[in-house]
Design a protein around this ligand. Structure first.
Ligand code: HEC
Ligand code: HEC
Ligand code: HEC
Ligand code: HEC
Ligand code: HEC
Length: 183
């Protein structure tokens, strides 16, 4: 009698545990362990605060493809040199910036700058920038106040709850079935 019950009971526990776990994930109850605030050291001190906040360069000038593809591409040196072939950023003594010299050298040596990735979802998650940008979602909703960041950091948790909470909002009319976001 007991033996016959063990298998279904264990099964129930496992299923119950899994359901609770998925519920917790989808309601943002588990948020520890994410890369919230992650800010790797970059090979060059590129400042969004300066380029976007101060000089008002549009995000899409550098991150081309963000409204048409999955990835929001990080700009190549060609894009930087559109300005920095002229803008040398001299100091008070008239010395050109060592960072711009490094950039120019890398450009002529055809050696890309190896930027460290800030945001990275796990492999089992599908994400695509295009439908979000087309639906009118602002970069800030997921990346925070980039225009004020001297160095970029991960502003949102990028947890499942973070995604699902927004998809659930009636005005978004976004799908919430598992296969939307998982392979
Ligand atoms: C709905 C949330 C969301 C919005 C809106 C959004 N992003 Fe992202 N962004 C992400 C996520 C999630 C990643 C990590 C993607 C990955 O790991 O595959 C990311 C990654 C990036 C990256 C790194 C390259 C890449 O694509 O992996 C850049 C650059 C970027 N976003 C720029 C932008 C810009 C510029 C905008 C606005 C035009 C924008 N994002 C709007 C969520 C968003
Ligand atoms: C639309 C024009 C424009 C583009 C494109 C541009 N920059 Fe700049 N950048 C500027 C201006 C203007 C300054 C400020 C110059 C000054 O302070 O005299 C600046 C300053 C800088 C500085 C600070 C230099 C210092 O020592 O003070 C760095 C580093 C830099 N840019 C890197 C880059 C990189 C890397 C790219 C490409 C991803 C890029 N910039 C693209 C206009 C641009
Ligand atoms: C002048 C070019 C330029 C402009 C304009 C610009 N970016 Fe960037 N962005 C870069 C470069 C270069 C990097 C890689 C170095 C870094 O992370 O700071 C980057 C990195 C990022 C990242 C982190 C990518 C990763 O590795 O996950 C995000 C998010 C991002 N930008 C969003 C934006 C948003 C939003 C705007 C507009 C508000 C914007 N950027 C405007 C050049 C630019
Ligand atoms: C700020 C609100 C918001 C956030 C945060 C958000 N999304 Fe979305 N998502 C939307 C909207 C709106 C759509 C577009 C619905 C439409 O028009 O089809 C969408 C669409 C999608 C689609 C495309 C569905 C299709 O039509 O093929 C995927 C995949 C997706 N989101 C994944 C994610 C993932 C993964 C995250 C978290 C990293 C995320 N989203 C975070 C609002 C959001
Ligand atoms: C709107 C996008 C979205 C939808 C819809 C979604 N997920 Fe997720 N899911 C994510 C993201 C992003 C992660 C990675 C971050 C995390 O672990 O929270 C994730 C992670 C997970 C994980 C792994 C957790 C871990 O510790 O690695 C499981 C399991 C999971 N999801 C199950 C589901 C199930 C089951 C459904 C359907 C009920 C579902 N997801 C629907 C975005 C989504």
């Amino acid at each position: 009698m007991i033996k016959k019950l063990i298998v279904p009971l264990v099964g129930l526990f496992v299923l119950g545990g899994l359901a609770a776990y998925i519920y917790a994930l989808s309601t943002n109850k588990i948020v520890f362990g994410y890369n919230l605030g992650y800010q790797p050291t970059q090979p060059l001190p590129f400042s969004h605060k300066k380029h976007v906040g101060q000089y008002k360069v549009d995000c899409k000038f550098c991150h081309t493809g963000v409204d048409s593809t999955r990835h929001a591409s990080v700009p190549s040196l060609n894009v930087c040199m559109k300005c920095h072939s002229v803008v040398k950023a001299v100091d008070e003594q008239g010395n050109p910036s060592p960072h711009i010299e490094k950039l120019t050298q890398a450009y002529y040596d055809n050696k890309p700058i190896e930027w460290e990735k800030v945001h990275l979802l796990p492999d089992h998650v599908k994400f695509n920038h295009a439908p979000h940008v087309i639906a009118g979602k602002n970069c800030n909703e997921c990346h925070g106040p980039i225009e004020g960041m001297e160095e970029v950091y991960q502003w949102s948790s990028l947890s499942m709850g973070f995604c699902v909470n927004c998809h659930r909002k009636p005005e978004n009319n976004a799908p919430v079935n598992c296969s939307t976001c998982h392979y």
